[in-house]
Design a protein. Sequence first.
Length: 259
Amino acid sequence: MPKLSVRGLYKSYPNGNGGVTRVLDDISFDVHDAEFLSIVGPSGCGKTTLLKIIAGLMEPDSGEVYIDGTRAKMGHSKVGYIFQQESLFPWRTVRQNIEFGLEVKGVSPQERRRLSGEIISLIRMEGLEDNLPHEVSGGQARKTEMARSLITSPDLLVSDEGLSNLDAQTRNYLQEEFLRIWKETGSTILFVSHNVDEAVFMSDRILVMSNIPAKMIGEFAVDLPRPRERASTGCLEYRAKILEMLRIEQEKALARQGG
C-alpha cells in the first residue's frame, strides 16, 4: 500500500472575469513508504496548490487524497508541511518553535521537552535550543522548520521549495542534511522544487508537471547510487532529459499564448 495516494484531483480558481481558471487537471500519483519523491514544473503551475490539498489546508473541487489507505479530509494533521517562506515565530526560541505543534496538541511539557531534545539532536543543533530565530543562521532556521514538522508528523513530510532563498553553499549543505535526516527517520518525503539539479541529487523519483491546467507529463526513476556526485555523468543525463521536457512544455505554453 502506498504511503500517499492522490487520485483525480481537480482545482480551479476565479479568474476575475466572471469565470474560473483550472489549475489542477486530473492529478493522480502515489508516493511509496520511505520514498523521496520530487515534483518539478514551471513557475505558477499549481505545485503549491497541490501540496496544500495534500496537507489538508485546501479543499479540491474533486478528487481524493489517501494516507496509509485512509482518506485524508480537510483539516487533517497527518502531514508535516515545510513552507517556502521562513515561518518561525520570531519571539519563540528554537526549542519553543519546534515544540509548537505539540503544544497545540496538548502534549505535556515533560513529553514535549523529551521529544524536542531528540529532534534537536537529530538536526545537530545542540546548544542552540534557547536561541531566537534571528540568532541562528539561515540554514539552521531551515533545519528548525524541518524539526518542527518532523516532531508532529515524522512519517510524511511535504516541502514546498523548502531550501529556496539560500546561498548555493548553504543550499548544498542542507540538501545533504535533508537526505541524512530522511535516512535516519525513514520518513516519506514529497519535495517540490524549481531546481532540477536539486531534484536529481536528492530524489528516488521525479514527477514533472505541465503548465496550467496542470497534468503530470513525465516520470523519472533516478537509478543512481547514493551518495551521488552532483556533476556525474548520470546526474547530468537526468538533468538534461528533465530540462528538455520543461523546455518543450514552455514552448507549448508560449504558443498557446501567441494563438
